[in-house]
Design a protein around this ligand. Sequence first.
Ligand code: AMP
Length: 543
Amino acid sequence: MLGLMQDWQLLCHRVLDHAALNHGERPVISRSVEGPLHATTYAAVRARALRLAQRLERDGIKLGDRVATLAWNTWRHLEAWYGIMGIGAVYHTVNPRLFPEQISWIVNHAEDRVMMLDLTFVPLIEKLAEKLTPIERYVLLTDAAHMPATTLRNAVPYEEWIAEVDGDFSWTLFDENTAAGMCYTSGTTGNPKGVLYSHRSNVLHSMMSAQPDAMGVSSRDVVLPVVPMFHANCWGLALTTPMVGAALVMPGAKLDGASIYELLDRERITFTAAVPTVWLMLLQYLEQHDLKLPYLRKVVIGGSACPRAMIQKFQDAYDVEVCHAWGMTEMSPLGTLGSIKPDYAGLSGEARLDVQVKQGHAPFGVDMKIADDAGRELPRDGKTFGRLKVRGLAVARAYFKEGDRILDDEGFFDTGDVATLDRHGYMQITDRSKDVIKSGGEWISSIDLENLAVGHPKVAEAAVIGVRHPKWGERPLLIVVLKEGQSAGKAELLAFLDGKVAKWWMPDDVAFVTEIPHTATGKIRKTALRDRFKDYELPSAAA
Ligand code: AMP
């Protein structure tokens, strides 16, 4: 027997309809790429997204067509997402930090018909345009007054382009499983892989994300998504924020400490989210200028492991709650979030931080397990680590044009992360499966060592890789970038780690470098480091 409830398809533009109708006057503030701050509302964003949808349709864009966006977080990019989705086309966020060859590869692979781009990226795309064969038209996210002379095919300024239609338009209706958005993972090896979100997965993911133990945002919040819309679906915030009716502040192209602080203070931001690198810049700026964060209530930090010292600094020096989160592009992207459950509520000081450095627990809609190399499930004891596998309502089941080969027999996706799970459901990443250091048959977590090393006051950034060793197979090498103007030797750094990890986890050597290479999404490029240090002779190996 079927239930007798209404069939109300989970379509992304319904989120914007809801925001416009129920929170229509809530502000959407952006730092425009042209410079000044720009203010609008959800009601106006919806009206303009409808025009955009109508204009795209007039250009012949239809259900299932891909439209690339190469843009910072601004109101225009938000309008673009909703306008594209509103006719059943697919927003394809292109990460400008990818290598140019990767950009042209993914645009061709996705077969994007239109590209909407910020002024910032015009020179980059002009150089690549010859290779971007599927693109029929470039829409520059600006107005005629700021439109540069460009060689881009059929280039038009966004404002004038959407003004060519009257806005008398309705969203298209289609099945909730229709594709809505696309984001390529920036794998460190091989070609990028396209993750294709559906309307249903995006809407459910946002409902999941809004819950108090997840992102926990409400209509009373002022949300600043520093995480770019081109990074892992903006961690869902481009949908979650209008869904709950929170005010939205978009940082545009300026993500440095001073610019982020200016927005936090001026717009009285209560909630924000980004990768640790962004917060490192902000915290340095706050310290240098002796500033406080009186309005900020909560910061979500993820994308790579959040250092313990960062959690401590936000909480102790600025009275801001830190929620450490983990996820991946394939998960829309939220997987776990680190709110404190009653099981740990009595903890304080270091014991509480021990829980907060974990990546958190799964909301409803995400199932996790850890398994050994043979696929056998491992105990949830907080100690045993194994391959982390996931399934859920917003987890990919296949990559675009790659066939259905990514799930195991029980429908779980191997995240490529290595983790522990404890009996309360808290997950802690100990490594990427490719980065874990295998010493004498045992595993050493490179992330644990990195987190400890960045706790040293003179260390700006640290990476740990396994280096070939005749006896142990691999041994850890600590690679360090010191803070500007600081000097320190190997002995000082090793003494700092001594006693904080098991003896056999201690790095065999320390290499000082001026820079650690990063991927397009800010992660340490371990493959490049392994390459650079592949012939490194550890002192312990020579002995
Ligand atoms: P992406 O799809 O680019 O967001 O990358 C996903 C990967 O980033 C995950 O599989 C993890 O390896 C890593 N990651 C994300 N969040 C965290 C975190 N909080 N701690 C450690 N690694 C993380």
